[in-house]
Design a protein around this ligand. Sequence first.
Ligand SMILES: NC(=O)c1ccc[n+]([C@@H]2O[C@H](COP(=O)([O-])OP(=O)(O)OC[C@H]3O[C@@H](n4cnc5c(N)ncnc54)[C@H](O)[C@@H]3O)[C@@H](O)[C@H]2O)c1
Length: 426
Amino acid sequence: MTTSSDSSELIHRSNRKPIPDQPHSSSSSPTWLRKQTTNRIITNIVLYRLPFLLIGITIAILFFYTFPLNDLDSPYYPDSSSSSLSSSTLPARRVLLEEPIMKKQNTMTRVPGGVRGKRKRIVVTGGAGFVGSHLVDRLIERGDSVIVVDNMFTGRKDNLLHHLGNPNFELIRHDVVEPILLEVDQIYHLACPASPTNVMGTLNMLGLAKRVGARFLLTSTSEVYGDPLQHPQAETYWGHVNPIGVRSCYDEGKRTAETLAMDYHRGAGIEVRIARIFNTYGPRMCLDDGRVVSNFVAQALRKEPLTVYGDGKQTRSFQYVSDLVEGLMRLMEGEHIGPFNLGNPGEFTMLELAQVVQETIDPNAKIEFRSNTEDDPHKRKPDISKAKELLGWQPTVSLREGLPLMVADFRQRIFGESKGNGVSAS
Ligand SMILES: NC(=O)c1ccc[n+]([C@@H]2O[C@H](COP(=O)([O-])OP(=O)(O)OC[C@H]3O[C@@H](n4cnc5c(N)ncnc54)[C@H](O)[C@@H]3O)[C@@H](O)[C@H]2O)c1
């Protein structure tokens, strides 16, 4: 049944011209209808849409003029990934080296540090410490601009005194647990408090590397192998670490730091390098930090007995600091991520080391045995085949050559004597 409205619609339609089968096809529309439609569209645009379009363009121009795109990736803005991972809410410090602010855009390009031809801008965290200060010497000698970031926890200004006043050198007292913003090409991350804050410092430095596109080198340790069940230790060995022991804070902290470095590499494309450093000795070591070589040398010089923990048959390998620095620099400049063992494969028992110290300093020095510390690794010796093959690196200074150089430095610091034959073994 048809309603009255239905019938009126039918009547109305019947009075019109026949409606084509495809009413939207312009080819089949009559010319007058196409013209009318086009005019209506133009009027619509000019009267109603054009003003809005112009307002939109004006707002966009004003916005991009005020906040240029480059600034969103600049060090003025905290890195989202690192800040979300960092517990610190303190404002980041920002320090510019050399380049005036006007050149900021040029410095933000993500060119890997290793491939720049010009002088590199390098930050060394922990650069006032033992290894760091020797590394700084080499970098400055090479002609790079170096910023040391150190909170002087175990580092000493004395180690860097000879660079103060050099325009290519800058020392910043800063705790890496707090973020810091620096425009650099490479980051050597050595700062390492033996506490969980080690992880926070690594996170902050990885965040910095991501922000400015710098290459990042982590100084990890042979401690990641724990009390190893494989001997010598190759980089493929995953380690044997007690996660809740007295040493685990350092061991697991470094293992976590390696994990973070690899995650930033895989996830954010950061160029990372990982060095696993074995026992290193040399001038500028902390006198009383409990490391075995510095302990023995300081004790022998002070005419105290050399303290050997356990039976003294546990082994270690000892690398002279200049060999390590050479390895670190080759790693940073090379194309391989690592991890790489950097250590001297010469293996000594603690008793043998004590003997070398006696020969070098005082043949009458006594040895005193003490009970061993918990989780003390029984054996340590690096397999350095990978570093030899891919970095073309191997140690060149033997313990008997390197020890006298360290002894001269310790003598000078303990008794104020002349340094004698200096710092370099090369
Ligand atoms: N020397 C070795 O035998 C050896 C072995 C394995 C690994 N490593 C690693 O090499 C790196 C350097 O070792 P080192 O022997 O020169 O030690 P070091 O103690 O002499 O140097 C560490 C430096 O880091 C600084 N530092 C510590 N915490 C900091 C922080 N929160 N913020 C800023 N600076 C901080 C210290 O003040 C010091 O100057 C460390 O990461 C260490 O774990 C060293």
